[in-house]
Write a protein that binds this ligand. Structure first.
Ligand code: SAH
Length: 275
Protein backbone atom coordinates (compact mmCIF):
# COMPACT_ATOMS: atom_id res chain seq x y z
CA UNK A 1 0.00 0.00 0.00
CA UNK A 2 1.35 3.40 -0.92
CA UNK A 3 2.37 5.57 1.96
CA UNK A 4 3.00 9.25 1.88
CA UNK A 5 6.57 8.89 3.00
CA UNK A 6 7.23 6.48 0.17
CA UNK A 7 5.65 8.84 -2.35
CA UNK A 8 7.76 11.71 -1.06
CA UNK A 9 11.01 9.80 -1.25
CA UNK A 10 10.18 8.74 -4.79
CA UNK A 11 9.30 12.18 -6.10
CA UNK A 12 11.26 14.65 -3.98
CA UNK A 13 11.19 17.51 -6.48
CA UNK A 14 7.42 17.62 -6.59
CA UNK A 15 6.62 16.86 -3.00
CA UNK A 16 9.25 18.14 -0.64
CA UNK A 17 7.58 21.41 0.45
CA UNK A 18 4.38 19.54 1.21
CA UNK A 19 5.96 16.57 2.95
CA UNK A 20 5.48 17.79 6.49
CA UNK A 21 2.00 19.10 5.93
CA UNK A 22 0.91 15.89 4.28
CA UNK A 23 2.52 13.42 6.67
CA UNK A 24 -0.57 13.69 8.84
CA UNK A 25 -2.69 12.77 5.81
CA UNK A 26 -1.14 9.33 5.60
CA UNK A 27 -3.61 7.88 8.10
CA UNK A 28 -6.77 9.43 6.65
CA UNK A 29 -9.23 7.66 4.40
CA UNK A 30 -12.64 8.20 2.86
CA UNK A 31 -15.83 6.50 4.12
CA UNK A 32 -15.58 2.76 3.60
CA UNK A 33 -18.67 2.47 1.43
CA UNK A 34 -16.86 4.28 -1.43
CA UNK A 35 -13.75 2.13 -1.13
CA UNK A 36 -16.01 -0.91 -1.45
CA UNK A 37 -18.56 0.23 -4.05
CA UNK A 38 -16.01 1.93 -6.31
CA UNK A 39 -13.17 -0.57 -5.88
CA UNK A 40 -13.50 -1.74 -9.49
CA UNK A 41 -13.88 1.75 -11.00
CA UNK A 42 -11.02 3.27 -12.91
CA UNK A 43 -12.96 6.49 -13.40
CA UNK A 44 -14.82 7.65 -10.30
CA UNK A 45 -17.10 10.02 -12.14
CA UNK A 46 -19.84 9.78 -14.79
CA UNK A 47 -17.50 10.09 -17.78
CA UNK A 48 -16.70 7.00 -19.85
CA UNK A 49 -13.12 6.31 -20.98
CA UNK A 50 -14.17 7.71 -24.37
CA UNK A 51 -15.43 10.96 -22.86
CA UNK A 52 -12.30 11.28 -20.73
CA UNK A 53 -10.21 10.83 -23.89
CA UNK A 54 -12.36 13.43 -25.69
CA UNK A 55 -11.65 15.88 -22.88
CA UNK A 56 -7.92 15.16 -22.99
CA UNK A 57 -7.84 15.87 -26.72
CA UNK A 58 -10.14 18.89 -26.45
CA UNK A 59 -7.74 20.68 -24.11
CA UNK A 60 -4.98 20.70 -26.77
CA UNK A 61 -2.30 20.44 -24.11
CA UNK A 62 1.29 20.84 -25.24
CA UNK A 63 3.63 17.90 -24.73
CA UNK A 64 5.15 17.98 -21.24
CA UNK A 65 2.29 20.05 -19.86
CA UNK A 66 2.29 19.81 -16.06
CA UNK A 67 -0.94 18.91 -14.27
CA UNK A 68 -2.10 18.90 -10.68
CA UNK A 69 -5.16 16.81 -9.79
CA UNK A 70 -6.83 17.24 -6.38
CA UNK A 71 -8.98 14.20 -5.61
CA UNK A 72 -7.31 12.16 -8.34
CA UNK A 73 -9.11 8.90 -7.51
CA UNK A 74 -7.52 5.89 -9.17
CA UNK A 75 -5.49 8.17 -11.41
CA UNK A 76 -7.09 7.32 -14.75
CA UNK A 77 -7.09 10.88 -16.04
CA UNK A 78 -3.42 11.60 -15.32
CA UNK A 79 -2.26 8.13 -16.39
CA UNK A 80 -4.10 7.97 -19.73
CA UNK A 81 -3.28 11.58 -20.58
CA UNK A 82 0.38 10.92 -19.75
CA UNK A 83 0.23 7.99 -22.19
CA UNK A 84 -1.78 9.80 -24.88
CA UNK A 85 -0.53 13.40 -24.57
CA UNK A 86 2.82 13.03 -22.81
CA UNK A 87 1.73 15.25 -19.93
CA UNK A 88 3.21 14.87 -16.46
CA UNK A 89 1.43 15.39 -13.20
CA UNK A 90 0.76 14.86 -9.53
CA UNK A 91 -2.47 13.54 -8.06
CA UNK A 92 -3.55 13.68 -4.43
CA UNK A 93 -6.31 11.49 -3.07
CA UNK A 94 -7.59 10.70 0.39
CA UNK A 95 -8.55 7.10 -0.41
CA UNK A 96 -5.70 4.81 0.45
CA UNK A 97 -7.06 2.22 -1.96
CA UNK A 98 -7.57 4.60 -4.90
CA UNK A 99 -4.15 6.19 -4.44
CA UNK A 100 -2.55 2.73 -4.47
CA UNK A 101 -4.57 1.74 -7.55
CA UNK A 102 -3.42 4.92 -9.30
CA UNK A 103 0.17 3.99 -8.75
CA UNK A 104 -0.42 0.50 -10.15
CA UNK A 105 -2.22 1.96 -13.16
CA UNK A 106 0.74 4.25 -13.87
CA UNK A 107 3.02 1.21 -13.88
CA UNK A 108 0.60 -0.72 -16.06
CA UNK A 109 0.55 2.09 -18.65
CA UNK A 110 4.30 2.65 -18.36
CA UNK A 111 3.94 6.28 -17.24
CA UNK A 112 5.23 5.98 -13.67
CA UNK A 113 8.11 8.31 -14.55
CA UNK A 114 5.60 11.02 -15.57
CA UNK A 115 2.96 10.86 -12.83
CA UNK A 116 3.08 10.73 -9.04
CA UNK A 117 0.26 9.93 -6.64
CA UNK A 118 0.08 11.02 -3.04
CA UNK A 119 -2.26 9.55 -0.47
CA UNK A 120 -3.52 12.41 1.66
CA UNK A 121 -6.02 15.19 2.22
CA UNK A 122 -5.86 17.65 -0.68
CA UNK A 123 -7.54 20.47 1.25
CA UNK A 124 -5.17 23.41 1.09
CA UNK A 125 -2.71 21.64 -1.20
CA UNK A 126 -0.63 24.04 -3.29
CA UNK A 127 1.94 22.74 -5.78
CA UNK A 128 5.58 23.62 -5.34
CA UNK A 129 6.04 24.53 -9.01
CA UNK A 130 3.22 26.18 -10.96
CA UNK A 131 1.29 23.86 -13.27
CA UNK A 132 -0.27 24.34 -16.71
CA UNK A 133 -3.54 22.60 -15.82
CA UNK A 134 -4.94 22.46 -12.27
CA UNK A 135 -7.80 20.00 -11.82
CA UNK A 136 -10.46 19.01 -9.35
CA UNK A 137 -12.80 16.59 -11.04
CA UNK A 138 -15.72 15.55 -8.88
CA UNK A 139 -14.38 16.59 -5.50
CA UNK A 140 -14.99 20.33 -5.10
CA UNK A 141 -15.76 19.92 -1.42
CA UNK A 142 -11.95 19.83 -1.10
CA UNK A 143 -11.96 23.62 -1.42
CA UNK A 144 -15.32 24.11 0.31
CA UNK A 145 -17.27 24.33 -2.97
CA UNK A 146 -16.68 25.43 -6.55
CA UNK A 147 -15.55 28.96 -5.72
CA UNK A 148 -13.14 27.92 -2.98
CA UNK A 149 -11.75 25.09 -5.11
CA UNK A 150 -11.11 27.42 -8.04
CA UNK A 151 -9.30 29.77 -5.66
CA UNK A 152 -7.24 26.88 -4.28
CA UNK A 153 -6.33 25.56 -7.75
CA UNK A 154 -5.45 29.07 -8.93
CA UNK A 155 -2.66 29.18 -6.32
CA UNK A 156 -0.91 26.32 -8.15
CA UNK A 157 -1.56 27.60 -11.68
CA UNK A 158 0.81 29.45 -13.98
CA UNK A 159 -0.54 32.67 -15.51
CA UNK A 160 -2.63 31.71 -18.53
CA UNK A 161 -3.09 28.14 -17.30
CA UNK A 162 -6.29 26.11 -17.38
CA UNK A 163 -8.45 25.08 -14.42
CA UNK A 164 -10.54 21.92 -14.80
CA UNK A 165 -13.59 21.58 -12.59
CA UNK A 166 -15.81 18.48 -12.60
CA UNK A 167 -19.15 19.31 -11.03
CA UNK A 168 -22.80 18.23 -10.94
CA UNK A 169 -25.59 20.50 -12.11
CA UNK A 170 -29.36 20.14 -12.28
CA UNK A 171 -30.73 18.97 -15.62
CA UNK A 172 -34.00 20.40 -14.35
CA UNK A 173 -34.74 21.81 -10.94
CA UNK A 174 -35.95 19.18 -8.46
CA UNK A 175 -39.55 19.98 -7.56
CA UNK A 176 -38.92 19.29 -3.85
CA UNK A 177 -36.04 19.04 -1.40
CA UNK A 178 -36.93 15.35 -1.09
CA UNK A 179 -36.04 14.85 -4.74
CA UNK A 180 -32.76 16.73 -4.25
CA UNK A 181 -31.94 14.41 -1.34
CA UNK A 182 -32.79 11.45 -3.56
CA UNK A 183 -30.00 12.73 -5.82
CA UNK A 184 -27.75 12.66 -2.75
CA UNK A 185 -27.59 16.44 -2.60
CA UNK A 186 -28.19 18.02 0.79
CA UNK A 187 -30.48 20.59 -0.77
CA UNK A 188 -31.65 22.00 -4.11
CA UNK A 189 -29.32 24.92 -3.42
CA UNK A 190 -26.28 22.63 -3.59
CA UNK A 191 -26.24 22.71 -7.39
CA UNK A 192 -27.25 25.03 -10.21
CA UNK A 193 -28.81 24.63 -13.63
CA UNK A 194 -26.15 24.38 -16.32
CA UNK A 195 -26.57 27.94 -17.67
CA UNK A 196 -26.35 29.30 -14.13
CA UNK A 197 -23.22 27.24 -13.40
CA UNK A 198 -21.52 28.62 -16.51
CA UNK A 199 -22.66 32.12 -15.55
CA UNK A 200 -21.18 31.55 -12.08
CA UNK A 201 -17.80 30.70 -13.61
CA UNK A 202 -18.09 33.96 -15.53
CA UNK A 203 -18.86 35.98 -12.43
CA UNK A 204 -15.77 34.51 -10.76
CA UNK A 205 -13.77 36.04 -13.62
CA UNK A 206 -13.26 32.95 -15.76
CA UNK A 207 -13.95 32.13 -19.40
CA UNK A 208 -15.37 28.66 -19.94
CA UNK A 209 -13.12 27.48 -22.79
CA UNK A 210 -14.17 23.83 -23.08
CA UNK A 211 -16.52 21.31 -21.54
CA UNK A 212 -17.39 17.62 -21.75
CA UNK A 213 -20.68 16.54 -20.23
CA UNK A 214 -21.92 13.21 -18.93
CA UNK A 215 -25.12 11.74 -20.36
CA UNK A 216 -27.48 9.12 -18.98
CA UNK A 217 -25.50 6.23 -20.48
CA UNK A 218 -22.22 7.47 -19.06
CA UNK A 219 -23.89 8.07 -15.67
CA UNK A 220 -25.03 4.45 -15.78
CA UNK A 221 -21.42 3.29 -16.21
CA UNK A 222 -20.50 5.12 -13.00
CA UNK A 223 -23.56 4.23 -10.89
CA UNK A 224 -24.56 0.79 -12.17
CA UNK A 225 -20.99 -0.49 -12.03
CA UNK A 226 -21.14 -0.05 -8.25
CA UNK A 227 -23.99 -2.55 -7.96
CA UNK A 228 -22.12 -5.56 -9.29
CA UNK A 229 -19.06 -4.59 -7.27
CA UNK A 230 -21.16 -4.43 -4.08
CA UNK A 231 -22.91 -7.70 -4.88
CA UNK A 232 -19.60 -9.49 -5.35
CA UNK A 233 -18.15 -7.90 -2.22
CA UNK A 234 -21.17 -9.14 -0.24
CA UNK A 235 -20.70 -12.67 -1.52
CA UNK A 236 -17.08 -12.65 -0.43
CA UNK A 237 -17.52 -10.74 2.85
CA UNK A 238 -20.81 -11.89 4.34
CA UNK A 239 -19.26 -12.01 7.84
CA UNK A 240 -17.88 -8.48 7.68
CA UNK A 241 -19.27 -5.99 10.22
CA UNK A 242 -19.99 -3.65 7.34
CA UNK A 243 -22.00 -6.18 5.29
CA UNK A 244 -25.38 -4.89 6.50
CA UNK A 245 -24.52 -1.37 5.31
CA UNK A 246 -23.42 -2.60 1.91
CA UNK A 247 -26.53 -4.80 1.64
CA UNK A 248 -28.76 -1.81 2.46
CA UNK A 249 -26.99 0.29 -0.16
CA UNK A 250 -27.26 -2.38 -2.86
CA UNK A 251 -30.94 -2.93 -2.06
CA UNK A 252 -31.83 0.74 -2.39
CA UNK A 253 -29.32 2.28 -4.81
CA UNK A 254 -30.61 1.08 -8.21
CA UNK A 255 -34.19 2.27 -7.76
CA UNK A 256 -33.14 5.51 -6.10
CA UNK A 257 -30.67 6.25 -8.88
CA UNK A 258 -33.16 5.79 -11.74
CA UNK A 259 -35.89 7.64 -9.85
CA UNK A 260 -33.79 10.67 -8.96
CA UNK A 261 -30.22 11.30 -10.08
CA UNK A 262 -30.63 9.73 -13.53
CA UNK A 263 -33.50 12.13 -14.24
CA UNK A 264 -32.37 15.27 -12.48
CA UNK A 265 -28.61 15.36 -12.19
CA UNK A 266 -26.15 16.34 -14.88
CA UNK A 267 -22.41 16.34 -14.55
CA UNK A 268 -19.61 17.82 -16.55
CA UNK A 269 -15.99 18.87 -16.61
CA UNK A 270 -15.45 22.55 -17.37
CA UNK A 271 -12.20 24.08 -18.55
CA UNK A 272 -11.68 27.63 -17.28
CA UNK A 273 -9.19 30.37 -18.04
CA UNK A 274 -8.96 33.61 -16.07
CA UNK A 275 -10.18 36.64 -18.03
N1 SAH B 1 -11.14 12.76 -9.90
C1 SAH B 1 -11.30 11.33 -9.73
C2 SAH B 1 -12.05 10.96 -8.47
C3 SAH B 1 -13.39 11.61 -8.28
S1 SAH B 1 -14.32 10.91 -6.92
C4 SAH B 1 -12.01 10.76 -10.90
O1 SAH B 1 -12.72 11.52 -11.56
O2 SAH B 1 -11.90 9.54 -11.17
C5 SAH B 1 -13.83 11.95 -5.59
C6 SAH B 1 -12.45 11.62 -5.07
O3 SAH B 1 -12.10 12.54 -4.08
C7 SAH B 1 -12.34 10.23 -4.44
O4 SAH B 1 -11.29 9.55 -5.06
C8 SAH B 1 -12.02 10.52 -2.98
O5 SAH B 1 -11.18 9.54 -2.41
C9 SAH B 1 -11.36 11.86 -3.09
N2 SAH B 1 -11.39 12.71 -1.91
C10 SAH B 1 -12.43 12.99 -1.10
N3 SAH B 1 -12.09 13.90 -0.18
C11 SAH B 1 -10.78 14.21 -0.42
C12 SAH B 1 -9.85 15.09 0.19
N4 SAH B 1 -10.17 15.85 1.24
N5 SAH B 1 -8.59 15.14 -0.32
C13 SAH B 1 -8.23 14.37 -1.39
N6 SAH B 1 -9.08 13.54 -1.99
C14 SAH B 1 -10.34 13.45 -1.53
Amino acid sequence: MQSLVLACSEHPAQLLPEATAYAKGATVDIPRIYNISEAAHRIHNPLTPEKLATLGAALRMPENARLLDLGSGSGEMLCTWARDHRISGTGIDMSRLFAAQAKLRAEELGVEDRVAFIHGDAAGYVADAKVDVACCVGATWIGGGVEGTIALLARSLRPGGVILIGEPYWLRLPPTEHVAKGCRANAIADFMLLPDLLAAFGSLGYDVVEMVLADQDSWDRYEAAKWLTMRRWLEENSDDDFAADVRAELTSAPERYVRYAREYLGWGVFALMAR
